[in-house]
Design a protein around this ligand. Structure first.
Ligand SMILES: [Ca+2]
Ligand SMILES: [Ca+2]
Length: 95
C-alpha cells in the first residue's frame, strides 16, 4: 500500500516539476522578447517602432523611421515605398 502511495506521489512530483520547467521556459522567452523590444536606437519608440534599428522621428506612415524633412512621413526605403505611404519628397516638407 505504501509503495502505491509513494509511486503516486512521485508521479505527481514529476508532473509538477515538468510544469514548473515549462513555465520557467515560457518566462525566459518572454524576457527575451522584451529585451528585443527595448528602444535600441534611442528615438523614443520601442514596441511601436517600425524601424527598431534606425533612429528616426516619423509618425504618420511609419513610427520611428528616418524622416529627413520632419513632416512626419518617413523617407522611402528598400521595403517601404510611395505606395506604402512613404514621403514622396523626403527632402521637402509639404506641411
Ligand atoms: Ca526607430
Ligand atoms: Ca518626411
Amino acid at each position: 500500500m505504501h509503495k502505491v502511495l509513494f509511486s503516486l506521489l512521485l508521479a505527481l512530483f514529476m508532473a509538477f516539476q515538468c510544469g514548473a520547467t515549462e513555465i520557467g521556459h515560457i518566462n525566459s522567452e518572454l524576457q527575451i522578447s522584451k529585451v528585443l523590444l527595448v528602444d535600441d536606437d534611442d528615438d523614443g519608440y520601442d514596441e511601436t517602432d517600425d524601424c527598431p534599428n534606425e533612429f528616426g522621428n516619423s509618425s504618420k506612415d511609419r513610427i520611428g523611421c528616418i524622416d529627413s524633412d520632419g513632416d512626419g512621413y518617413s523617407d522611402p526605403s528598400t521595403n517601404w515605398n510611395l505606395s506604402d505611404g512613404a514621403d514622396a519628397f523626403p527632402l521637402q516638407s509639404v506641411a
